[in-house]
Design a protein around this ligand. Structure first.
Ligand SMILES: Cc1cc2nc3c(=O)[nH]c(=O)nc-3n(C[C@H](O)[C@H](O)[C@H](O)COP(=O)(O)OP(=O)(O)OC[C@H]3O[C@@H](n4cnc5c(N)ncnc54)[C@H](O)[C@@H]3O)c2cc1C
Ligand SMILES: *[C@@H]1O[C@H](CO)[C@@H](O)[C@H](O)[C@H]1NC(C)=O
Ligand SMILES: *[C@@H]1O[C@H](CO)[C@@H](O)[C@H](O)[C@H]1NC(C)=O
Ligand SMILES: *[C@@H]1O[C@H](CO)[C@@H](O)[C@H](O)[C@H]1NC(C)=O
Ligand SMILES: *[C@@H]1O[C@H](CO)[C@@H](O)[C@H](O)[C@H]1NC(C)=O
Ligand SMILES: *[C@@H]1O[C@H](CO)[C@@H](O)[C@H](O)[C@H]1NC(C)=O
Length: 540
């Protein structure tokens, strides 16, 4: 018995030792390789290298990570974090990771719903390449464009545009801490999408580092590769260094409002109406999303469901009243609900900052959402009947902090063909649902409990959501839709998430992936797969 224990103990000690040695080995080899491969770099990389034995490592790892579920002690941690200070450092990182046979995870803003930019359950050890120190934004008003580096937040991009012009903007996300690197790779929607489409619809050039460590711009990469980058999802095709975005015209002042309705205030009826008008009938200058939460009711000890109608209108209050009067009088919008302000102020308003917050807060790149959470998405093509809505409310009462955000489509979104970029959710979509449940305790059993609730709600919604396939938004990454823990999914296996995120565009993404990254260097649990080998010839 005693010998058994000592045997086990020494095996344990031995394997910890091996692990330790291996980690040190990886860190040292990576460092040396970087030194060799970045000799031509104008900036030294030594201050960009963070190993777990230094105290700033965990602060850095946690810095932009949004989902606390993915930072739990039991979740695998990177061997090191590398924060390039120059494009050439990223190139060296690709070359060295390939040489040493380790994986890299690319992180820009850290908002991935499943933490794929800083966690890997896959086999070879991984390092995080964190682009947060590459965040320059240069706006050219004359040319109506801007070059933005991947590590900039979308809020910084908005700020830099507004600094130069009151009548230019960029149509992307509502949450200001999103990293443009990951955000635009999946589409990037926001409150101007009904007028101008997605962020990815408004990209005119890009710089990417491919699997050979080469930097390519649009001309050098070719139109197929450029197509795949704009909506094909992060982490499959290369590392985006920067995007060239097209600015869009806006009025000097816009109008915003937020109107709450509870179930006691005819909430269900009004929401039913919203489904019929928000996408198809309302002017494309108007975007009204609905934030749905369970709240305490005015009756003591009871809960109700609250619907917050939050809107951005690209015009004056007067014109907004006309549009609402004709299209959605049921909401009962009043003058006191509305505020006119500059577009950049409306960005803060919609992101949830108090009215007195200075716009410089956007330069801090801070997130106001850091939680343990699980989320999912659906696209809806037919209004859900009132009886169906009632079933949602019943389920909301079973969970502590349930949340849905309903996001209207229509307008420009219906005009852009499904194959224009990989993001395919266009004509026929009335709105998108995002389901979220958040919790604040680290207890291990919280995770399955909340995830179970989420999966049950998702099951319930299957009769109301899009079908064949039941589609989802790739930027709301959901590993429940299927995953491969080695990053080497077959075409068939990957179809289970690929068809949902990309519909028919999935096939083209697979062909492009096979051409530009035939060794599958850029891979993760839900990356775009390679074509099965026999088909290689047909395409090359
Ligand atoms: C609070 C919150 C609010 C959100 N609001 C919106 C919204 O309003 N509109 C919307 O469309 N989406 C929204 N999202 C979703 C968001 O667009 C995605 O999570 C997006 O992927 C985030 O990009 P990131 O760079 O911040 O994340 P990261 O976690 O850094 O990256 C996300 C994915 O992209 C890859 N990636 C990162 N950088 C690069 C790069 N430079 N090159 C190639 N691949 C890269 C990562 O490896 C990972 O797979 C929100 C998410 C959160 C958490
Ligand atoms: C941390 O580990 C690295 C890699 O093994 C090593 O080179 C470095 O000297 C260590 N630093 C400290 C402060 O221990
Ligand atoms: C925009 O609003 C500001 C402040 O409310 C006002 O001073 C300005 O005249 C408005 N501009 C236009 C073009 O309406
Ligand atoms: C709810 O709607 C009905 C008719 O549809 C109306 O009579 C009633 O006043 C409304 N109640 C509230 C609180 O708005
Ligand atoms: C809602 O009510 C519960 C108990 O009934 C209480 O614990 C909670 O703090 C209340 N929440 C809010 C936001 O008032
Ligand atoms: C994927 O990788 C795993 C682990 O390396 C291996 O066992 C498996 O055979 C691979 N699958 C394919 C389809 O290559």
């Amino acid at each position: 018995m005693a010998s058994l224990i000592s045997l086990t103990l020494s095996t344990l000690l031995f394997s910890t030792l091996v692990l330790h040695v291996t980690s040190n080995h990886i860190q040292d080899s990576f460092y040396h390789c970087l030194a060799l491969n970045s000799k031509a770099s104008p900036i030294p990389f030594s201050s960009a290298f963070f190993t777990p034995n230094i105290s700033s490592f965990s602060t850095l790892l946690q810095s932009s990570a949004q989902n606390l579920r993915c930072l739990a002690p039991s979740v695998p941690k990177p061997q090191l974090i590398f924060t390039p200070l120059h494009e050439s450092h990223i190139q060296a990182a690709v070359v060295c990771a390939k040489d040493l046979g380790i994986q890299i995870r690319i992180r820009s803003g850290g908002h991935d719903y499943e933490g794929l930019s800083y966690v890997s359950e896959m086999e070879p050890p991984f390092v995080v390449v964190d682009l947060s120190r590459l965040r320059s934004v240069s706006v050219d008003i004359e040319d109506n464009t801007a070059w933005v580096q991947a590590g900039a937040t979308i809020g910084e991009v908005y700020y830099r545009i507004a600094e130069k012009s009151k009548v230019h903007a960029f149509p992307a996300g509502l949450c200001t801490s999103l990293g443009v690197g990951g955000h635009i790779t999946g589409g990037a929607y926001g409150p101007m999408m009904r007028k101008y489409g997605l962020g990815a619809d408004n990209v005119v050039d890009a710089k990417v580092i491919d699997a050979n460590g080469k930097i390519l711009d649009r001309k050098a990469m070719g139109e197929d590769y450029f197509w795949a980058l704009r909506g094909g999802g992060g982490g499959s095709f290369g590392i985006i260094v920067s995007w060239k975005i097209k600015l869009v015209p806006i009025p000097e002042n816009v109008t915003v409002f937020t109107v709450p309705k509870t179930l006691e205030q005819n909430g269900t009826k009004i929401l039913h109406r919203w489904q019929q008008v928000a996408a198809d009938k309302l002017d494309e200058d108007l975007f009204i999303r609905v934030i749905i939460q369970a709240v305490n009711s005015s009756k003591k000890g009871q809960r109700t469901v609250q619907h917050l109608y939050q809107a951005l209108f690209l015009g004056s209050t007067d014109r907004l009243f006309k549009v609402m009067g004709e299209g959605f009088p049921e909401l009962g919008l009043q003058a006191k609900d509305c505020m006119e302000m500059s577009w950049i102020k409306s960005v803060l308003y919609i992101a949830g900052y108090p009215g007195t917050t200075p716009i410089e807060v956007l330069l801090e790149g801070k997130s106001s959402f850091k939680n343990y959470f699980k989320a999912k998405s659906d696209f809806v093509k037919e209004p859900i009947p009132e009886s169906g809505l009632e079933g949602i409310w019943t389920r909301f009462y079973e969970e502590e902090s349930p949340l849905m955000i309903w996001n209207p489509y229509g307008g420009k979104m219906s005009e852009i063909p499904e194959s224009e970029i990989p993001f395919p959710h266009r004509k026929g979509v009335l709105y998108k649902i995002q389901y979220v449940t958040t919790w604040s305790d680290a207890a291990k059993d919280s995770v399955p409990r909340h995830e179970d609730w989420m999966r049950k709600l998702y099951n319930y919604m299957s009769s109301y959501a899009s079908k064949f396939p039941r589609t989802a938004y790739v930027n709301y990454r959901d590993l429940d839709l299927g995953m491969n823990k080695y990053g080497n999914a077959s075409f068939i296996e990957a179809s289970s998430w690929g068809n949902r995120y990309f519909k028919d565009n999935f096939n083209r993404l697979v062909r492009i992936k096979t051409k530009v990254d035939p060794e599958n260097f850029f891979s993760h649990e839900q990356s775009i797969p390679l074509l099965p080998e026999p088909n290689y010839e047909q395409l090359l």
